[in-house]
Ligand binder design. Structure first.
Ligand code: MG
Length: 309
């Protein structure tokens, strides 16, 4: 699979003074981390985790093993700093990662940031929130509607950096041309429901950076109660075969059928320009020459035919 357009947008929102979210956009790796802790600790945690993704050498590991190893390294760094620096004691962070590998996307997840896949006009949440309200919903003690206004809706049940080891959700999902993958912090999803997110992505599919900005703006219009971070990427068509015949390539964008006739005999040096901008003088001369050759050949055939009769 090839990665097409991708984008990232982050905003402090309208209620918080600092932005404690961090993101990573290093194709084929994408991630969002949402830090928590007193003072500036949340920022420290999310940035340490993001940096671990960027500069950890995963060696020969791939797939869910690679993603899990990245989480363990990020967890180790945040935990060690938290244990040795009283100013950031107890800090932690969420982290949601998407790694494009072959025809799959490997998802790694801890906390309540989310990954979604948009396909054929539908949106699917790929991750399961590690949050108190989600636990209550799953056990039937709370309805999704009640969860939206629950006073403890920001409480997460699993975080990176708060313990020496972390339990990581790691799994692979299929990817196909046209899919859009979205990773975001809860500052987006507590402000906008899935249908709203889908509508904004769908209406900006040809311009992913615009879609990212539209999502952040909409979350702010809905209150902007938390930091908002959006990372999105699109799966594109695979690149053309490298050993493709040059002559064939030139005839492919045949916008002018008349012109195409003139370049069938072999690649014309100006054919590409001619296809894009209309016939150039050189192409017109070639067309005239080929027409003349054709007429001469026809005359010769008629002559020979007349002689043998
Ligand atoms: Mg948040």
């Amino acid at each position: 699979m090839t990665i097409g357009a991708f984008t990232a947008a982050t905003d402090t929102g309208r209620k918080r003074r600092r932005n404690e979210d961090a993101y990573v956009v290093e194709p084929p790796l994408f991630a969002v981390a949402d830090g928590m802790g007193g003072a500036q600790a949340g920022e420290v945690a999310s940035r340490l985790a993001a940096a671990a993704l960027s500069d950890t050498d995963s060696g020969s590991l791939s797939g869910t093993e690679r993603v899990t190893a990245l989480f363990q390294e990020a967890n180790r760094r945040v935990y060690e700093r938290s244990a040795t620096d009283p100013a950031v004691s107890g800090m932690g962070t969420t982290m949601t990662v998407a790694l494009v590998e072959g025809d799959e996307v490997v998802i790694g997840h801890v906390g309540d940031s989310r990954a979604y896949r948009l396909r054929d006009g539908r949106i699917e949440q790929l991750t399961d929130d590690h949050s108190l309200v989600n636990e209550l919903i799953k056990s039937g003690k709370l309805s999704p509607e009640e969860a939206e206004t629950h006073p403890q809706r920001a409480v997460i049940t699993r975080a990176l950096g708060t313990d020496p080891d972390v339990d990581v959700d790691a799994f692979a999902v299929s990817a196909q041309e046209g899919d859009v993958f979205l990773i975001c912090s809860d500052g987006l999803t507590t402000m906008l429901d899935d249908e709203h997110i889908l509508a904004l992505l769908e209406s900006n599919l040809d311009d992913l950076p615009k879609a990212g900005k539209a999502l952040v703006a909409a979350a702010n219009r809905s209150g902007g109660e938390d930091n908002i971070t959006v990372v999105a990427f699109q799966i594109a068509a695979p690149p053309p075969e490298p050993d493709e015949d040059v002559g064939e390539t030139l005839t492919l964008p045949a916008v002018d059928p008349e012109l195409e006739d003139t370049i069938v005999g072999g690649p014309a040096p100006d054919a590409e320009a001619a296809v894009a901008h209309g016939p150039t003088p050189a192409a017109a001369r070639m067309r005239l020459a080929l027409t003349m050759i054709g007429l001469l050949a026809l005359a010769a055939i008629l002559l020979v035919w007349g002689l043998v009769r």
